[in-house]
Design a protein around this ligand. Structure first.
Ligand code: 4AD
Ligand code: MG
Length: 455
């Protein structure tokens, strides 16, 4: 491409070099003899300061798209190291004075009303850059550990989690000839069976792990979540890994811990400007919290220990913690924020409250699983060893009323079964953790939730 990004120019061009910059005007400051304009193209947080004449500046309003040519100079100010002495301004796209993002503080709610424009703010530019870096960090981590990235379907006929939160798809076959249908006694339904948008690619990833040993997937998943909370979306992205030859739950915990630590370190090292911005503007404890994540061992508690801790906690919960019931968000937050002051793995939940695929422990009451809870958010990762023993899995499937449709899942255990396990990281929750952003709708450019689907 012939144009260069501002980030590239700042990193690679020297002072006194002639440069050409493209971007959108963020702000204009007109003084008596000289004027300044901040120009930003999304490639970095601060953009570039342009120094221009009063006449040139008067043509520019916030939001205008420009091409500016000039000379890169050493900045006299302390805010930036280089600035642009302007020779020529060309307006590529004018911007009306009713532009909603005039330079002033905007509430997150206001920005959510303007999804199509909000990525032009510092906060959302930062989130998009960190989101991009996190994808790369995970990609690097899994490739380094000899995983294959595989692609699993979005349309599926299985309901992995069994939580009753699947979106159904039902379409009629297009252009059907009613007569031929009758003759073949086919249904007019497109797939001829109930199909859904996937809630998790795990079951498909398991099939592939039974051949490729280590696989990971990264894609959108869909859940008809009734709960309108700051940590639930109807469409979110999940990073899932499936690992053959995994014999102990502890090994899975160690691997998840290293995965979170390495990717978090990558973000701190490679997005320092953006992370500092979040620390300043969003959460003053952010860097401390991320450094704690990287440098200290994650705590580990069994589910029954966790229930014990919660029962003795000097805190009023809306829901009483009780053995045999799922942990509520307030319980998870208490365990990570107050009790452990950092990430904590909760392991070995009662089998009744977990999905059919989790491996039953020798006590026959609990399953070899874990949820990783982190401060302020609660559950970030869910994972388990998978039931690889044919007979036990067959019984589990019966108990969960799934015997009919899951012969293929049993087949995997019949033909060369293998001890294995895996986990799923909620990508937007991880971004909340990395940025300190409170509402999950603000870490994805186009959030989807109940009664909310803009564009
Ligand atoms: O705990 P979950 O439901 O686990 C699974 O789906 C497994 N099949 C994953 C696996 O082992 N391969 O979801 C995994 C993570 C949660 O820990 C949470 O971080 C996130 O996905 N998550 C959500 N994120 C945003 N919106 C929602 N509605 C979410 N539901 C779960
Ligand atoms: Mg879970």
């Amino acid at each position: 491409l012939s144009s260069k990004t501002i980030k590239n120019i700042l990193e690679n061009s020297v002072t006194n070099e002639k440069v050409e910059v493209h971007g959108w005007i963020r702000s204009v400051r007109i003084q008596k003899n000289v004027s300044f304009a901040m120009i930003n193209d999304g490639s970095n947080l601060k953009g570039l300061q342009a120094i221009l004449t009063v006449e040139e500046a008067k043509m520019l309003t916030t939001g205008t798209c420009v091409r500016i040519r000039g000379i890169l100079t050493q900045s006299l100010g302390t805010e930036q190291s280089k600035e642009l002495q302007v020779h020529d301004v060309k307006i590529l796209g004018e911007c009306g004075s009713d532009y909603p993002l005039q330079k002033k503080h905007h509430s997150m709610e206001f920005l959510r009303e303007n999804l199509h424009l909000r990525s032009r703010t510092n906060t959302f530019g930062t989130i998009i850059r960190i989101r991009n870096a996190a994808v790369l960090a995970f990609q690097n981590f899994f490739q380094k550990n000899e995983f294959f990235q595989v692609h699993t379907p979005i349309i599926t006929s299985s309901d992995c989690e069994g939580g009753g939160e699947v979106f159904n798809i039902s379409n009629k076959l297009p252009n059907i000839n009613e007569k031929s249908l009758e003759q073949k006694s086919q249904s007019s339904d497109f797939f001829g069976m109930p199909v859904y948008l996937t809630v998790s690619g795990q079951l498909h990833a398991e099939m592939l792990a039974y051949a490729m040993s280590r696989v990971f997937i990264f894609g959108p998943v869909f859940r008809a979540e009734g709960s309108l909370t700051s940590r639930h979306l109807a469409e979110f992205w999940m990073l899932e890994a499936e690992i053959a030859y995994l014999f102990e739950l502890e090994e899975l915990l160690n691997f998840i811990e290293i995965c979170i630590k390495e990717t978090t370190k990558y973000i701190l090292d490679n997005c320092s400007q953006d992370i500092s911005f979040c620390n300043q503007q969003i959460d003053k404890e952010l860097i401390k919290c991320l450094e704690n994540t990287i440098n200290n061992s994650f705590s580990r508690l069994s589910y029954s220990e966790a229930i014990d801790v919660l029962s003795k906690a000097n805190q009023k919960f809306e829901f009483l913690p009780k053995y045999g019931y799922s942990l509520h968000s307030e319980h998870e937050k208490y365990l990570a924020n107050n009790y452990c002051c950092g990430p904590v793995f909760i392991t070995n939940y009662p089998k009744e409250i977990k999905p059919f695929y989790m491996r039953i422990n020798p006590d026959d009451k609990t399953v070899a699983c874990t949820d990783l809870l982190v401060p302020k958010i609660g559950e970030l990762v869910g994972g388990s060893l998978r039931e690889e023993r044919y007979k036990i899995l067959e019984q589990n499937l019966k108990k969960h009323d799934r015997s009919n449709d899951y012969q293929w899942y049993l087949d995997l255990r019949k033909y060369g079964t293998v001890p294995h396990g895996g986990f799923g990281i909620g990508f937007e929750r991880y971004l909340q953790y990395l940025t300190g952003i409170e509402n999950i709708r603000d870490v994805i450019p186009f959030p989807r939730a109940a009664s909310y689907c803009k564009y």
